[in-house]
Design a protein around this ligand. Structure first.
Ligand code: PLP
Length: 461
């Protein structure tokens, strides 16, 4: 499998390079040269397999250079510590509507599903190359803890995660700062999330520094993360009768990574009726699917902070396909975002997008009301991100079975849940002592030289 850039001006690369590179050198994102196909018999053959076995069959064609038994060992290890043996279990809510619980990993959000595998893929490739890397990331919440859990105690990796001091929830902070492994370094930046991102960018743009410490990234545009998420769309659909009936998915969306994985599943041959793009008040993607205009506005803070995003970086991968895989069109569109704040796609492209994608924006009051309703009617506690997806599913109700992706455990967002349901969700057993654990975290000013100094001093070489 060769990977090509959405901007068409970077060399084609194979899977190991896509894994370690992240962003293409022309600023584009890598996508597979073609989508491997699963026949209806292939799909039926996944029924009854364990999650790691199904993942191995689905992912193998994307990952050249890795043997099936090796990948199976990695997927088994990645999911061994998930709190539910099904890894991504379905829970029926009503006739024709299910929740897909993706929060049984170590940090209680769906990002663990991809990140746990990513950590192992990195390890394998770095060992093969006899190379070490320094991962630097910025987080406003869930990504940082998932990355830290995935990279802790790995010999070839040092990981530095920046978060804005005092601006992440206590659960989120403690999930990061209580990991005391030698290779894990938390940094509270005296500034906002934007300051953290600016520092990160500065570190990557300083090419001498970048080479000196072999800098690498684990942000959500990493292809390996996206493809690992294709798996649960397929396993859930097969469990509900695919390929013999088509399934719809409602996906709470921020960076368009998760829902793009659903698109990937459909491209591979899974019968998908509709993909519901569910946004909170930060609705750039909803506005796009309504009008064909992609236009940035200011980010507002909501109770589903992991979706408080203005520029949905993975969306470029869909734009590439809508443009008939013409990188020149994508280059123009991305330039228009920078220069004019947005662009409009052709009516034909919008029509094509709407064959599969429908969208819904859910405001704060509806999010709270949905958490309260589901708790009252079904006794089920859901987190605010899941509530956005579930509300969108209920409003749009496409034909046939619908699966809403439950992207976080309610205990990760206890304040929002308590406000809606009147009860504080308890942390799961393996985390019950989170508030008693020792924390370790450096505090740095929002200053690139200070950050670089810190990284040079603490990385093990
Ligand atoms: C990251 C995240 C999302 C958004 O996922 P994208 O892939 O960015 O669209 C939704 N819910 C939760 C809980 C998250 O952590």
């Amino acid at each position: 499998m060769q990977y090509i850039s959405t901007r068409d001006q970077a060399p084609e690369v194979s899977f190991p390079d896509v894994l370690l590179t992240g962003l293409a050198r022309d600023g584009g994102l890598y996508v597979p040269g073609f989508w491997p196909q699963l026949s209806h018999d292939d799909l039926r053959g996944l029924a009854g397999l364990s999650y790691p076995e199904a993942a191995t069959r689905i992912l193998l064609p994307f990952m050249d250079g890795i043997e099936a038994d090796e990948l199976l060992a990695m997927t088994r290890a990645a999911y061994a510590d998930f709190a539910d043996p099904a890894i991504a279990p379905l829970r029926q809510l009503s006739e024709g509507h299910w929740l897909l619980e993706l929060f049984h990993g170590p940090t209680l959000a769906f990002k663990d599903v991809a990140m746990q595998l990513l950590g192992r893929l990195f390890d394998r490739e770095l060992a093969r190359r006899q190379q070490r890397i320094t991962i630097v990331g910025a987080t406003s919440g869930d990504t940082g803890s998932a990355a830290i859990e995935a990279c802790r105690d790995r010999d070839a990796i040092d990981i530095f995660i920046l978060h804005p001091q005092g601006r992440v929830s206590e659960v989120q902070r403690r999930q990061m700062t209580t990991v005391l492994s030698d290779n894990v370094h938390n940094i509270a930046v005296q500034g906002t999330f934007d300051d953290c991102q600016a520092l990160l960018k500065g570190a990557f743009n300083d090419l001498a520094f970048r080479d000196e410490v072999t800098l690498s990234a684990v942000n959500s545009i990493n292809w390996a993360r996206v493809v690992a998420q294709v798996v649960y769309f397929i396993t859930a659909a097969v469990a509900l009768g695919a390929p013999d009936r088509a399934i719809s998915f409602a996906v709470p969306t921020g960076n368009f990574g998760d829902v793009f994985a659903g698109y990937g599943a459909a491209q591979m041959g899974l019968p998908v009726e509709k993909l519901i793009v569910a946004t909170n008040r930060n609705d750039i993607l909803h506005r796009f699917f309504q009008t064909g205009a992609y236009r940035c506005e200011d980010v507002v803070a909501t109770q589903s902070p992991s979706m408080d995003i203005q520029v949905a970086s993975n969306f470029e991968r869909l734009l590439f396909d809508l443009a008939g895989r013409d990188g020149a069109v994508v280059r123009q569109q991305m330039a228009a975002v920078t220069e004019q704040g947005g662009f409009q796609v052709s009516p034909a492209a919008l029509r094509q997008a709407r064959e599969l994608f429908i969208s819904c924006r859910v405001d704060e009051a509806a999010t709270t009301a949905t958490m309260a309703e589901v708790f009252r009617e079904l006794g089920v506690t859901i987190d605010p991100h899941t509530a956005v997806g579930l509300r969108a599913a209920r409003e749009l109700m496409p034909d046939g079975p619908v699966v809403t992706l439950s992207t976080a455990h309610p205990a990760k967002f206890p304040d929002a849940v308590e406000k809606a349901c009147g009860q504080r969700p308890p942390l799961p057993d393996h985390m019950a002592d989170l508030y008693e654990r020792e924390e370790r975290c450096a505090v740095l000013p929002s200053n690139l030289a200070a950050l670089q100094d810190h990284i040079r001093r603490l990385r093990r070489s």
